[in-house]
Ligand binder design. Structure first.
Ligand code: 6PG
Length: 245
């Protein structure tokens, strides 16, 4: 595991943290000469970023150059209120000039292990490989209060080291199955960008940023370390509140 010095920490109040994330996102897009392959995180945090994008960046970002994938998806139909795809459609795709051909959803309605294999084949077909592993330009991640990320939870932390491109995780409380990128696929990304907000995340953020060596034995989020070295944590002031200045 690389030392902490590889983590770039960006903190700001809300909504400034969305502006900082977007400025960085635009810099990555502008530095690429073609399309940008982006794996989106799920849950609630991205909603506010998507609202910020659709309110402020309809015209200055060429959204037709972005191809949308996911870091994980709940094993539910695409119109289910739990679906990350449905949330993204409502908050982003229905409000921006994005065509169906730019969207590569994880099909949560399928049998989970079959879908993990199918999505792995989609990634192999659509993405360039880094050491034979499909490599995203950006993997966007959130973090649960328990230190999970994507859909790899602490009680299944061994899934992070799976040899597979995609794995099937299980939510510890609800038992809901989810298809998720594995740790090696996440770490093969050119850029990993966490977006974490809220007081409830502050203690875990402190543990992961300041005691990384111990944290990576317990928390999947601590194991995210892009081989490229580009690991960024975008934190609002609440999530960053316990970090040493
Ligand atoms: C999901 C996510 C998950 C999420 C964290 C944080 O499908 O739920 O991919 O990893 O990023 O649970 O969720 P919130 O943004 O809702 O706090």
């Amino acid at each position: 595991m690389k030392p902490n010095i590889d983590i770039e920490i960006i903190t700001a109040c809300i909504p400034d943290i969305y502006a900082r994330f977007t400025d960085w996102f635009k810099s990555v897009l502008n530095a690429s000469d073609g399309t940008l392959n982006l794996a989106l995180s799920g849950g609630n945090t991205p909603k506010a970023l998507f609202e910020y994008w659709t309110a402020n960046h309809q015209d200055d970002i060429d959204w037709t150059r972005v191809r949308f994938f996911w870091s994980d998806e709940r094993c539910v139909p695409p119109n289910d209120e739990q679906s990350n795809y449905r949330m993204t459609k409502e908050y982003l795709f229905d409000r921006l000039p994005v065509s169906e051909g730019q969207i590569f959803r994880i099909e949560g309605e399928n049998e989970p292990f079959a879908e993990a294999k199918r999505y792995a084949e989609v990634l192999r077909r659509e993405l360039k490989a880094q050491n034979e592993i499909p490599s995203f330009d950006i993997v966007m991640l959130g973090m649960g209060d328990d230190g999970h990320t994507a859909s790899i939870f602490p009680h299944q932390i061994a899934l992070w080291d799976s040899p597979e491109i995609c794995v099937v995780g299980t939510h510890p409380q609800s038992g809901q199955q989810r298809v998720s990128l594995s740790g090696k696929t996440i770490n093969a990304a050119k850029n990993i960008a966490f977006l974490v907000t809220g007081k409830s995340k502050a203690e875990r953020v402190r543990e992961i940023i300041e005691t990384r060596g111990q944290a990576e034995r317990r928390y999947p989020a601590a194991k995210a370390a892009a081989q490229s070295g580009n690991l960024l944590w975008f934190l609002d002031n609440d999530a960053a509140a316990l970090l040493n200045p």
